[in-house]
Design a protein. Structure first.
Length: 69
C-alpha cells in the first residue's frame, strides 16, 4: 500500500511539473516504481494467493480492470 501512495504522489508531482527536467524525473520515478511494484505483485503476491484455496483471486481482482482503465 505504501507503494501505491508513493505512485500517486509521483503522478501528482508529474501533473504539477512544468519544467522538462522535472517532468522527465517524475516520469522516470513512476516507471521505475511501477516496474518494481508490478514485479513484486506478480512474482511474490499472486502465486501465494493462487495457491491458497481459501482465496478467490477473481473476487480480489473484481473491478480492478475498470478502475485501471
Amino acid at each position: 500500500r505504501d507503494e501505491h501512495v508513493n505512485l500517486v504522489a509521483h503522478v501528482e508531482a508529474l501533473r504539477g511539473a512544468s519544467e522538462p527536467v522535472a517532468i522527465a524525473c517524475a516520469a522516470a520515478a513512476i516507471g521505475a516504481l511501477f516496474e518494481s511494484h508490478l514485479h513484486k505483485e506478480n512474482e511474490l503476491l499472486v502465486p501465494v494467493l493462487v495457491e491458497d484455496p481459501a482465496v478467490s483471486l477473481g473476487t480480489l481482482l473484481a473491478g480492478k480492470h475498470e478502475l485501471l482503465g
